[in-house]
Each structure stands twice: as structure tokens, then as C-alpha cells.
Design a protein around this ligand. Structure first.
Ligand code: IPM
Ligand code: MG
Length: 396
């Protein structure tokens, strides 16, 4: 029988960052033995199915060790959905995702669909599921693990100790203008700008608050990245972020133009603690930050909104050039699974188990091609997963 406990919401942390777990109420109401959640799996395209299969097993074992039962339902998305049913995000997929407790996505896209019209691109499916779940805050941690410092393309002394959290606004900006369309006849440009700003204004406040919360639980430094020397939308962004800062007097806020930020990231990445930026700058800067850590194959992400299930996905793409060859690095998806447990379900202990198992596997010297260095053991995607599972199973 479910044992109800009247515990308050708790705040959880990854790399010292924190957000409120979305299902914390449910999580902390039930005894550990009674926790049961439904997870929607969206393997997608390219290497997606390979890395999601590995992460699914890891999730099951880590959950079971903590009395968390996970039920999985696999749904079509991206190019796989286009091939099967002709749309990149079938209604059933969105409905299943909405009805579940958390969503784990592999990757979408591939050469085959590159020339499709926009509404028939796999990427449109991804934008639509993010919008459909309302997951506006995307957390992308870029942490240089001591075991992988030699895999970084930067000098050891530059890369060592880097621990950055990029907070990317995920459902707005120029990436998603669907809500800006005004009814005909087209309004004059200044009116259009007003429509754009009306929508942008609350978006900036929401993402800024999430970022300040995250920064508060990390090093207390937030760098807001914009292009306020040129773009009006960025001028508004800077104004609002500065206004929200008064709610967080314990966080030190700085501002940086995006071109400078991309340069500073490779010159002196250790100066950054938490970065908050818009959808498109966040897309670009998080890829750049990932290479400091050695490989984009290592970087997980968590996307959360006001309520409802979160979406958890590696930040890498579908890598069609290595798909089906058992060469992919599954660690970004495995670490995304850890974020799912932590941020999505409030199952912090199970998440910690995965993080520890990943560290132990790297300590044992196992490496996929993207993080390989001489003296380590080169393994494929499946074997890497098996080693993480072994490490998990040997935990008490
Ligand atoms: C990412 C990806 C996506 C994005 C693409 C595939 C739509 O690059 O998650 O970073 O631009 O958000
Ligand atoms: Mg990207």
C-alpha cells in the first residue's frame, strides 16, 4: 500500500545546480517501495535507437536499486515517424509523452530528410514536442571530468576544472516564431515588433528566474549572453534580466555579447559558472562548451517547464555517419537518464547511482572512439552500456 508522507517539495542538484523536481510532490508522498513511473522513450533516428536502448537498461537497474519502478513506452518521432506515418510528431506520440511522467529522447534527423519541407522535417517534430510539453528551460551542463581532461581539444590547464551550466531558453526566440504571426493584413513593422515583444517579455522573465535559481545553487555567478549592442530583442532581454536580478541579490550578474562569449569560452572557460541565453545562442554555445569537456557525446540535457513531464535528451545529434555501427557514445544519454531521475522524478539517489557508475566505468579505462586516448580501452556503444550496468550492479 502507498504510504503517504507529508514531506515538502525539495530542491535537487546536479553539479551543484538546482531546480525543483517536477514530480517532487508525487515522489515525496510515496514510500520508496511504492514509486512507479511511466517513461516515454523516443529513440528517433541515426544513433538514437542505440543510445536509448542502452540508457533504458541503465534506468531500469538504477531505479530498481532504489525501489523505483519504471514502465517504458516507445513511440515514434522524427524521421522514423515520417517514414512510418508521414509526420515528424504523430499526435499519439505527443499524447503519450504528455500522459507520462518523463520523456527520454535519443536524437532525430538524417540526410534522408534534409531536403523535406519545413513541416516535414524531423527537427520540426523536436521543436513541436518541446513546445507541446511547454519545456521552456533547457539545462545543459558542461563539466570536464578529470578522467577525460586529455580528451579535450583545449590545453589541460585551460580545460581542467571547467564546470559550466548553460541555461538555454528553449521554446521561443527566432527558433520558434509560430506565436508571432499576426492576422492579415500584415501590421506595420513597429506593430509587429510590439507583438513580438509582448510574447518575448514574459519568456525572458521565466527563463531568467530559472537561471538565477540554478546559479544560486551553484557558484552564485550568472552570465547573461545577448547581442544588446545591435538587436532590439537583446536590449529587452538585458533590461528584463537586470530587473529580475533584484529578486536574487545573492547572485552576481554579468552580461556578455554572444560573439565575445564564444571567444571567452575557449580562451578562459573557467570564468563561467552559469550562463543564461536565448534559444539560438544557447544551441550554439552549448555545442561549443561540449567540446571543452572532450566530446559532445558526453553532454546530457534536461528540459523543464512549469508543470507536466520533462524532456531529457543528449545534446548531440543523430550522427548518421556512424549510425548502426555500434560506435556511438551512449554516456550523454545515460547521463540524461540520470537527469530524468533527478529533475524529472525527484529520484536523486537513483540518479547519483548512474553518475557514480559512469565515473567508475571511465575510471576503469573504457572509452568510445570520441573520447579515446592511448592507454585506454576502446569499446563500442553496447559494451560501454554493459560496463556501466556492471558498475551499477556491483553497487550496494
Ligand atoms: C539541439 C539541436 C536541435 C536544436 C535541433 C536538432 C532542432 O541542435 O538540441 O541542440 O536546435 O535545438
Ligand atoms: Mg544543437
Amino acid at each position: 500500500m502507498t504510504q503517504l508522507q507529508a514531506a515538502p517539495l525539495k530542491t535537487l542538484s546536479f553539479s551543484g545546480a538546482a531546480v525543483r523536481p517536477r514530480h517532487a510532490t508525487a515522489t515525496f508522498r510515496c514510500s520508496a517501495a511504492a514509486r512507479s513511473y511511466s517513461i516515454t522513450l523516443l529513440p528517433g533516428d541515426g544513433i538514437g535507437p542505440e543510445v536509448v536502448a542502452v540508457a533504458k537498461d541503465v534506468l531500469s537497474v538504477a531505479g530498481a536499486k532504489e525501489g523505483v519502478e519504471l514502465r517504458f513506452r516507445e513511440m515514434l518521432m522524427g524521421g522514423a515517424a515520417l517514414d512510418a506515418v508521414g509526420v515528424p510528431l504523430p499526435d499519439e506520440t505527443l499524447a503519450a509523452a504528455r500522459a507520462s511522467d518523463a520523456v527520454l529522447l535519443g536524437a532525430i534527423g538524417g540526410y534522408k530528410w534534409d531536403n523535406n519541407e519545413k513541416h516535414l522535417k524531423p527537427e520540426t517534430g523536436l521543436l513541436n514536442i518541446r513546445a507541446g510539453l511547454g519545456v521552456f528551460a533547457n539545462l545543459r551542463p558542461a563539466t570536464v571530468l578529470p578522467q577525460l581532461v586529455d580528451a579535450s581539444t583545449l590545453k589541460k590547464e585551460v580545460a581542467e576544472g571547467v564546470d559550466i551550466m548553460v541555461v538555454r531558453e528553449l521554446t521561443g526566440g527566432i527558433v520558434d516564431l509560430r506565436h508571432f504571426s499576426a492576422p492579415p493584413p500584415p501590421p506595420p513593422p513597429d506593430k509587429l515588433q510590439l507583438i513580438f515583444y509582448k510574447r518575448l517579455y514574459p519568456q525572458i522573465d521565466c527563463i531568467a528566474r530559472v537561471a538565477f535559481e540554478v546559479a544560486r545553487k551553484r557558484g552564485g555567478n550568472l552570465c547573461s549572453v545577448d547581442k544588446a549592442n545591435v538587436l532590439e530583442a537583446s536590449m529587452l532581454w538585458r533590461k528584463r534580466v537586470t530587473a529580475i536580478a533584484s529578486e536574487f541579490p545573492d547572485v552576481e550578474l554579468s552580461h556578455m555579447y554572444v560573439d565575445n562569449a564564444s571567444m571567452q569560452l575557449v580562451w578562459n572557460p573557467k570564468q563561467f559558472d552559469t550562463i543564461v541565453t536565448n534559444n539560438s545562442y544557447g544551441d550554439i554555445l552549448s555545442d561549443e562548451a561540449s567540446m571543452i569537456t572532450g566530446s559532445i557525446g558526453m553532454l546530457p540535457s534536461a528540459s523543464v517547464g512549469e508543470s507536466g513531464p520533462g524532456l531529457f535528451e543528449p545534446i548531440h545529434g543523430s550522427a548518421p555517419d556512424i549510425a548502426g555501427q555500434d560506435k556511438a557514445n551512449p554516456l550523454a544519454t545515460i547521463l540524461s537518464a540520470a537527469m530524468l531521475l533527478k529533475y524529472g522524478l525527484g529520484a536523486e539517489n537513483a540518479a547519483k547511482r548512474i553518475e557514480t557508475a559512469v565515473t567508475e566505468t571511465l575510471d576503469s579505462g573504457f572509452r568510445t572512439g570520441d573520447i579515446y586516448s592511448p592507454g585506454t580501452t576502446l569499446v563500442g556503444c553496447k559494451r560501454m552500456g554493459e560496463e556501466v550496468l556492471k558498475a551499477l550492479e556491483s553497487q550496494k
